[in-house]
Design a protein around this ligand. Sequence first.
Ligand SMILES: [Zn+2]
Length: 857
Amino acid sequence: MYFYNRIKYGKLRLIFVQVKNRQNVNFERLWQFGCSKWVNTIEVPNGKSIVMKQCKISSNNIALAAALLLGVVSAKAQLKNDYPIQPVAFTQVKVTDNFWAPKIKVNADVTIPYTFEQCSKTGRIDNFLVAAGKMTKDKLTEYTFDDTDLYKIIEGASYGLQVTKNQQLETYLDSLIAIIAAAQEADGYLYTFRTANMAQPHDWVGSKRWEKEEDLSHELYNSGHLYESAVAHYQATGKRNLLDIAIKNADLLVKTFGYGKEEKFPGHQIVEIGLAKLYRVTGKREYLDLAKFFLDLRGTAGHLNHEYSQAHKKVIDQYEAVGHAVRAAYMYTGMADVAALTGNQQYLKAIDDIWKDVVEKKLYITGGIGATGNGEAFGKEYDLPNMSAYAETCASIANVYWNSRMFLLHGDAKYIDVLERTLYNGLLSGVSLSGDRFFYPNPLASMGQHQRSAWFGCACCISNMTRFLPSMPGYVYAQNKNDLYVNLFVGSTSEIFLPNGKIAITQKTNYPWDGKNELVINPEETTRFSLHIRIPGWAVNQPVPGDLYSGEMKSKKTVEITVNRTPVKYAMEKGYAVLDRNWKKGDKVVLELPMETVRIQSNEKVEDDKNKFALQRGPLMYCIEGPDNKDSAVLNIVVKKDEAIKPVYDPRLLGGIMKLQMKGSSAKRQLNTDELIQSEQEVTAIPYYAWANRGPSEMEVWIPYEASAARPRPASTIASKSKVTASISNARMLRALNDQYDPKDSRDANASYLHWWPKKNTTEFVQYDFDKEYTVSQSSVYWFDDGPFGGCRIPASWKLLYKEGDQWLPVKVKSVDTIEKDKYNSITFEPVTTTALKIEIQQPEDHSTGLHEWIVK
Ligand SMILES: [Zn+2]
């Protein structure tokens, strides 16, 4: 227990601390809260010892330190077990570079206000008001987990407040927290979808509390995000308003769940991570025990469930990543937390095995995980399709959380390799440069059917991005006693408190465009500590641990490190160059990483990457996108394996990027012959994260080096030159009709299509207006049908009309195929000379319908 004596304000902020029961106090912890130097110690040994200490604290930590000293967070310092390595808090790392700093600023200035506004517009805040009885409504929002969006955005906003004070924002958060408090039931239960007591409850809400928890209710998922948010808000502001709501809810869970009580595991994991955070802040062991209970219950008798929610076997018996990728990665993160806090070795063994499975067999080169949209899940080994890649933004964020925890457990740079790859590629692609458009899936190839959206009914990825970005500086450094880890290369200034003293570190770098990183070390006094500088896998020809991806630099450049301009020999330890020495003020370490473009090839078991390479330069993966290339086409491009590649920095393109230029060729089909027209062209690649900021277009990460792996551009046809209209006006869907890409089958969601779901039993139309008059006599249609589970089926009937003057007349049919899926249905008719054709479609009585492609001859 700490007793706070007094804080003297002035140039030196002094705090007098009295500590009882010293055995349980971890003073290193206190250092991390900002105590820079102990100046006075009095020990009175009498059983329970009393220690008087006096320390300076930095100004931005004063609220936190005061709260700590007041006993609010006292228990945090008493934890005996936690990660051996601790991250240097993002509040101590001020990012000053030209890459991340602008992105964090856009998140604060645009994304957070925008997403709060969306929460309000879409009724997410109303959900709480209805539950609180302050508003009546016929219907709540779409999903029972919509409460979490508000929690996550409050979390992101709080992170921002820790760095930059903003009274207006803080007041706004308080008003939201008051609404959340009003929606909480007297015993702590907080779940608007039940409390609102709607006449027509949501299908996922059981008749009793927690009844459908293992399935889809998301009651515990909501709690988990609430706890994370509450801890962030409390640490940022020192206010307990949200923390108290979280504690009240967690106490209810402790009372409710456990062996012999309510035995249910969370359908969607995250409450485990939330409980671990709440335990660290409050020291209440019950929270940690509950997190462990939730993990241990999965997959036991009576709680065996599908792989989808990782409840197909006990967590300690799992060794492969399966099921819903976000749930999975949150669970592995939670297992790492509980393992660190309890010393549980079985959890460690399981997540070590699962990590290997993911990194060696199930990871996209962009760091994305969860290959299939079918259950938003991990695919089978090596099943990594590009165009239909799901690689949900949330899964990338979860992958960063998980890998950062793995590093804190093991101290190995390979985890940061995966983290960095995900961060710079598959995670960052989730948000537009403007900060207000978002990807849910992050595909690695596109025909133009993928675009970031302003919002999703299920907004998980959006709110997750708002909370992740401001916390990003917390991944730059970590420390373990007097070992200081430099994990990411980000221009920044930092204050780090090691047991041997306070160190100020400045990183100057133009990373990721440039491989030179300058670290200026300024200890308060000359002091010994060990600097562990991560040597990224990409800099030593090991893009990812294992043999899923490989690629070698042509030049045999190696990593160079100098200290005060003198090259130094260093020992390598778990992927780190270790410099153990006495550091004095102004010591300058220069790390030179070989920044060369490398062609990555994937393991030959990955079907979709055969005869293709991907371009990597430093931590960035590249893609080719329409706007930078001839005819806005890229899927038809082939680049030779040994083609020279030139990096060119373009300050005006996409916020300033290093683009890659090379020679290549493209192929185009001709009508009525199989012979291709080949032509040489310049090919330009851009960083993957920056794609889809210039409207719909083709894109691919994996570039064919064999012509057989490319898709030659189709010859122009009457259809492809036509203007498309329909009884629906979605531009992307309209383009699908004449994009000349044949689907694999009718349900192929990878090829773009047009549909009228959820409308049923209506008459709809699609229309081609030709570029000039043609005489036509044949037409073929490929229907979209995603039965038996989807909402679209082949139509009940259809007919073809042509335009004569202002009239639409039916064609005189010579022959017509029966309506069937998985093939083109053709119609031949008496030739007509016209400027437009139209198909009228009668939708089935109980379903919608759709079209993949429409050909005219
Ligand atoms: Zn998501």
